[in-house]
Design a protein around this ligand. Structure first.
Ligand code: IPE
Ligand code: IPE
Ligand code: MG
Length: 237
């Protein structure tokens, strides 16, 4: 499967629609996040099984702090639970976890778990790398890279005119991995919401009305099949 030009190496997903899924069932929004976390587990395993090399998921944005304290706390607790379970099975599952985003505002407990998970991941060979975007914003990521390039200039490591794509992207969270081939947004919203602004310059976008907790491996297979029929030109003819 790998190496086929029509198969994505890197899939990115905006895991959206948890709240509406719960509301439709008369449940609190937090119940939607709990089911959404299970969907994430299923989809990550499926991606590994079908030979996807990179999966990047949007779990919590720099703007999601605007939500109620209760909702934010539930999302953070679910993440802790997920990571505690993942730590025991990552090597066996051959899934490597990384985090994209500024982890500083997270609780010390969650931040330590993220660091621990990432550290363990680096010690074994994996078949799939999963990047969890946590307190992530595309604009923040770009600004951080700009600041890092500016510091390099001030320190005399590089001249402003030498800043090119290669040295700029080294300062992004996604340094060293290929850009996403496709970006999927469930829940019927047709917007980017500050996700992978730099990296998705030539990604193929797919929107589906399915709410994230209802998203299935077979829907992902269908999207991958549609992706394989698209003609990517990257500005060429
Ligand atoms: C996505 O689902 C999860 C996060 C943003 C944390 P939402 O919580 O945005 O669900 P809707 O969009 O309100 O249905
Ligand atoms: C994007 O969804 C962020 C995540 C899924 C984590 P939002 O629900 O926050 O996006 P908007 O507010 O609908 O644009
Ligand atoms: Mg939403």
């Amino acid at each position: 499967m790998r190496g086929d030009v029509n198969r994505p190496r890197h899939i990115a997903i905006i895991m959206d629609g948890n709240g509406r899924w719960a509301k439709k069932r008369g449940l609190p929004r937090t119940a939607g996040h709990a089911v959404g976390a299970e969907t994430f587990r299923t989809i990550a395993t499926h991606c590994k099984n079908i030979g996807i090399e990179y999966l990047t998921v949007f779990a919590f944005s720099t703007e999601n702090w605007k939500r109620s304290d209760e909702e934010v706390a539930t999302i953070m607790t679910l993440l802790e639970k997920y990571l505690l379970e993942a730590i025991d099975s990552m090597a066996e599952n051959k899934i490597q976890l990384r985090f994209f985003g500024d982890l500083t505002p997270l609780s010390a407990k969650l931040r330590t778990l993220c660091q621990e998970t990432q550290g363990i991941s680096e010690t074994y060979e994996s078949e799939l790398q999963v990047n969890i975007c946590l307190n992530y914003g595309g604009r923040d990521e770009i600004l951080n890279a700009v600041r890092a390039c500016a510091s390099d200039c001030l320190e005399g490591k590089i001249k402003p005119e030498e800043i090119d794509h290669e040295c700029f992207t080294k300062h992004l969270y996604s340094a060293d991995i290929p850009d996403p081939d496709l970006v999927i947004r469930p829940s019927g919203e047709v917007r980017v919401s500050n996700f992978l602004l730099w990296q998705s310059a030539y990604a193929e976008y797919f929107y589906t009305d399915t709410l994230w907790p209802d998203f299935t491996a077979s829907e992902l297979n269908h999207i991958i099949n549609e992706f394989s029929k698209r003609q990517r030109r990257f500005g060429g003819i």
